[in-house]
Design a binder for this molecule. Structure first.
Ligand SMILES: Nc1ncnc2c1ncn2[C@@H]1O[C@H](COP(=O)(O)OP(=O)(O)OP(=O)(O)O)[C@@H](O)[C@H]1O
Ligand SMILES: [Mg+2]
Length: 526
């Protein structure tokens, strides 16, 4: 029995039975209609074709007839709605000799062929239906998954909006807790037994700030501003923060290449990603170990993607954070980037670190991946497309020109720990810093050193005299000193200010970049 389709030139053997079975399957399970004159005739005439003796019939392939031992051959079309959908071939072989079929026999064969065609069509329909059923089921599943995804996205959006709204105010409260707490702590005698409690308060508040930052980033309330920046510089300014985060028995290594790695990212958000990864690495190594942060330039090709996933191609900056800690099980590994997924005890983790990091890296057009093995440690890999060469050269040039920083900065900040922190950061970066704890002190210091001071970095809200007063005094006295404001308050409640404003909490690299920019600004702000 053969199958063919209307308009098709191909024929396929569907079923065989009898002596030549194997030979037919071997020789021609599929062939062109044109190669078989009987089939060609059937397709055109749509009625049985008989060859009484195939050995002498001019239409047959003699070698084939000889090999198979064919004698009489009868070919009947499988007709469905007038179309030939196949053929039924019957033959006698060898000793069976030659038989001439009667009209009646041919009639019977034709009816049988009709039944076969109908049965065949039914099977084909069932096949098609089951394919269609599978397709429909697949579409339904996809729909259900999409709906679930949408519901999840909506849920996340609600959580995000809610969290983001609270996080903003919460952040300001935390700044107050930290500032005052620190002040109380400094005033305590070394023998005071309450010191430990105060340290615990401060540690909890610090952890809360970290959490709040994640919430702000997670809810996209933190405006991400993409700008070309040097990966080396981010790592450099972050370096000072990392050591105190880690236990002494954790060896920290930061490896950066000489060639400039310039990517388009938001420095604060990128730092937060690295802090999240470092925090996780620290938690995974409660008994010590090694933490390695490595930056390199990589060319991503198909082979790389096959191993690490993602779809980024071309030149990328790669940042890896590797720990020698506990590692992760397959189940944890599958869920690490899920929001609120945590294996940590209540109060130790919220499960926002990696989902936030994932979101941030995606906003940078990058890719984050993880490899881990239980007991052997973990590597997180961040890939960010490298910037255009022209921009890269430009940023690298600025980096070289301004590092280390030069100049004298007057820093007016009443929050002492914060002032110390900023002063330390600026000093380490090469600036000389004169400190003032209130507005009046700032004005006095400026008058005493006006010829050396190139930049005044002042909080907007200060005791005694405000940041605005400091600005007025500076302008009245010295025309080209740059002034940069910092504030923990939303800028819209402060009213217009005569200069750039940095919103606290400010990350080290944001601060250094702003200082550098203010100093290299051709015109002082008025
Ligand atoms: N370096 C690592 N080694 C082992 N497990 C890790 C590592 N990084 C992440 N994990 C696992 O992934 C989970 C999710 O990490 P994620 O940073 O998102 O949340 P978290 O650290 O639990 O809480 P949060 O970061 O919000 O404080 C962790 O609870 C931990 O089980
Ligand atoms: Mg974490």
């Amino acid at each position: 029995m053969f199958e063919t389709a209307e308009g098709s030139d191909w024929v396929r053997v569907l079923a065989t039975s009898g002596v030549a079975e194997e030979l037919i399957w071997d020789k021609s399970p599929r062939f062109r209609v044109g190669l078989d004159p009987f089939l060609l005739e059937i397709k055109q005439a749509r009625k049985p074709v008989v060859s009484v003796d195939m050995r002498t019939d001019p239409r047959t392939d003699k070698a084939m007839v000889e090999r198979v031992g064919l004698r009489t051959g009868i070919h009947v079309p499988l007709l469905l709605g007038g179309n030939v959908i196949g053929a039924l071939g019957i033959a006698t072989f060898g000793d069976e000799g030659v038989i001439e079929p009667t009209e009646m026999e041919l009639e019977h064969l034709s009816v049988f062929a009709l039944l076969v065609a109908a049965a065949f069509d039914r099977v084909r329909l069932l096949d098609e239906k089951s394919v269609a059923d599978i397709e429909a089921a697949r579409r339904r599943t996809k729909q259900i998954l999409l709906e679930a995804e949408l519901r999840q996205a909506q849920k996340m959006e609600v959580v995000g909006t809610l969290a983001g709204g609270i996080a903003h105010d919460f952040n300001n409260l935390l700044m107050a807790i930290l500032g005052h707490g620190q002040w109380v702590r400094e005033g305590m005698a070394p023998t005071d037994r309450r010191r430990e409690s105060m340290d615990a308060v401060l540690a909890a508040a610090r952890r809360a700030t970290h959490l709040t930052r994640n919430l702000l980033l997670f809810s996209r309330k933190h405006v991400i501003a993409l700008q070309p920046l040097s990966v080396q510089q981010v790592l450099h300014s972050l370096g000072v923060l990392l050591r105190p985060m880690l236990r002494e028995d954790v060896a920290l290594r930061v490896e950066v290449p000489d060639e400039a790695l310039i990517v388009r990212a938001d420095p604060g958000a990128l730092e937060q990603v690295l802090l999240n990864l470092v925090n996780n690495a620290r938690d995974a190594m409660p008994n010590g170990g090694a933490l390695t942060i490595r930056a390199s330039a990589e060319t991503i090709d198909d082979a790389f993607i096959a191993v690490h996933g993602g779809s980024l191609m071309g030149r990328c900056a790669q940042l890896t954070v590797t720990d020698t800690g506990a590692g992760m099980s397959a189940e944890t590994l599958r869920r690490v980037f899920e929001p609120f997924f945590t294996t940590k005890e209540v109060g130790k983790g919220t499960g926002l670190g990696l989902s936030t990091s994932h979101g941030i890296i995606e906003q940078f057009g990058g890719h984050i991946a993880v490899e881990s093995e239980v007991g052997r440690g973990t590597t997180f890999r961040v890939l960010l497309p490298l910037c255009d060469e022209a921009i890269a050269a430009d940023v690298a040039q600025t980096a070289i020109e301004t590092a280390p920083g030069k100049g004298v900065v007057l820093l007016a900040e009443d929050d002492e720990p914060l002032r110390r922190f900023i002063a330390g950061l600026l000093t380490r970066s090469g600036y000389r810093v004169i400190e003032a704890a209130d507005g009046q002190e700032a004005i006095d210091e400026f008058r005493a050193h006006s010829d050396e001071i190139q930049l005044v970095l002042t909080d907007v809200v200060l005791p005694k005299r405000s940041g605005r007063d400091v600005f007025e005094a500076v302008r009245a006295f010295q025309q080209d000193t740059r002034v940069l404001f910092t504030t923990g308050y939303p800028t819209d409640v402060l009213g217009p200010l005569h200069g750039p404003v940095l919103a606290k909490p400010v990350s080290p690299s944001e601060l250094l970049t702003a200082v550098r920019r203010a100093l290299s600004c051709p015109e002082p702000n008025r």
